[in-house]
Ligand binder design. Structure first.
Ligand SMILES: Cc1cc2nc3c(=O)[nH]c(=O)nc-3n(C[C@H](O)[C@H](O)[C@H](O)COP(=O)(O)OP(=O)(O)OC[C@H]3O[C@@H](n4cnc5c(N)ncnc54)[C@H](O)[C@@H]3O)c2cc1C
Length: 324
């Protein structure tokens, strides 16, 4: 335990650690290097110790086991986490800005009477406190905020740090809550998975994104053909989903999915901040739009000022010809 330590809440998805956990560990390592502290990863739930080998980036892995932590529920999670934070007194607790993070972080901060910063993209020490770069208004504004008190509860935006492969001591400690965890007023009911047969766009290497610029639902078919030819899947901006042209599971952005494919081909997508939030970390972004001032060109590696309705069939034919 040290006031220089950085605590990271590890999240799981199904039976694996969530990708964002590795991003938080990278942020934790960078911060701990400058504070001289250790990185602590906290796993909440029965069987958490099984994930310890994958958390080698941490110096200490604290696995808290209790049946009430089997599925996420705000009250037991906040209570268990509070106990760890109070015992360890880290300089900062990093929690991802995920559905669980948005739920548990404010509750934790309120219970600890600790400062909470949301939308964090970068953190560095500033004297006894921390300097945080935080994003507001869906990414339209950025602010530098000094957080003076410890422990600071920092909600980290997914995609802000890249996992580095750096390792820590990786020592596992298993604990049980000192006091029985109360169930609270909100109880877990069930997981609702995407419709059977639909693709998981977060797992695709190639994504063809369609925006309102594709004009009508019939044209989604052209994008589907392109995706098939390139071995990828079609995703969309929110208006395309709102109009029912594609299911909600295909939406990229603030209120949709965060994706990091190898190729993101944006067709007739303006690139509003809420859309960029979900795709700006794609390895290669190619944007096609008739408006040269479209904001999507600000994040694109390559861009073409072309009508997508001309491009899609022509590109499909060119790919087919190349494949013979
Ligand atoms: C709280 C909140 C959450 C939101 N969450 C999301 C989200 O998760 N995801 C999301 O996408 N949006 C989200 N939005 C909406 C967002 O602000 C934008 O309205 C939306 O992203 C715009 O979608 P679009 O680019 O398809 O449409 P538009 O902004 O209408 O852009 C269409 C683009 O197509 C181009 N175009 C038109 N015709 C052609 C053509 N023939 N060929 C080539 N280009 C053409 C135009 O120049 C234009 O740039 C959210 C908004 C709010 C307030």
């Amino acid at each position: 335990m040290s006031a220089q330590d950085v605590l990271v809440l590890a999240e799981t998805r199904g039976d694996a650690l969530a990708d964002v956990t590795f991003e938080l560990l990278a942020a934790g390592r960078e911060l701990a290097r400058t504070t001289g502290g250790q990185v602590l990863a906290v796993l909440l739930g029965p069987g958490g110790a099984a994930y310890a080998p994958a958390l080698a980036a941490a110096d200490r892995i604290i696995a808290v086991d209790d049946p009430r932590l089997a599925e996420y529920s705000p009250e037991p999670f906040a209570s268990a986490l509070r106990e760890v934070v109070e015992a360890e007194q880290p300089r900062a607790a990093l929690i991802a800005a995920t559905s669980i993070g948005w739920d548990v972080a404010p509750l934790l901060a309120a219970r600890l009477d600790a400062p909470l910063a949301t939308g964090c993209q970068a953190i560095c020490p500033d004297g006894d406190g921390l300097m945080v770069t935080a994003s507001f208004c869906g990414g339209k504004m950025t602010a530098e905020c000094r957080v003076a008190a410890s422990p600071a509860i920092l909600m980290m935006l997914p995609g802000s740090y890249r996992p580095t492969g750096e390792t820590g001591k990786g020592e596992l400690e298993q604990r049980s809550p000192a006091a029985p965890l109360e169930p609270g007023a909100i109880a877990f009911e069930q997981w609702i998975y995407p419709e059977a047969g639909d693709v998981d766009i977060t797992q695709q290497d190639v994504l063809i994104a369609v925006g309102r610029g594709i004009q009508q639902q019939d044209n989604v078919e052209l994008a589907e053909e392109l995706a098939q030819a390139l071995g990828g899947a079609v995703c969309a901006s929110r208006p395309v989903v709102d109009q029912g042209w594609l299911p909600a599971t295909r939406q990229v952005g603030k209120s949709g999915m965060t994706v990091k494919p190898k190729l993101y081909l944006a067709l007739g997508v303006s690139g509003a901040p809420e859309h960029q939030e979900g795709m700006k970390d794609a390895e290669l972004i190619i944007a096609v739009n008739t408006d040269p001032k479209a904001p999507i060109f600000d994040v694109a590696h390559y861009g073409a000022e072309v009508d997508v309705l001309d491009l899609m069939p022509a590109l499909g034919e060119a790919i087919a010809a190349r494949k013979g």
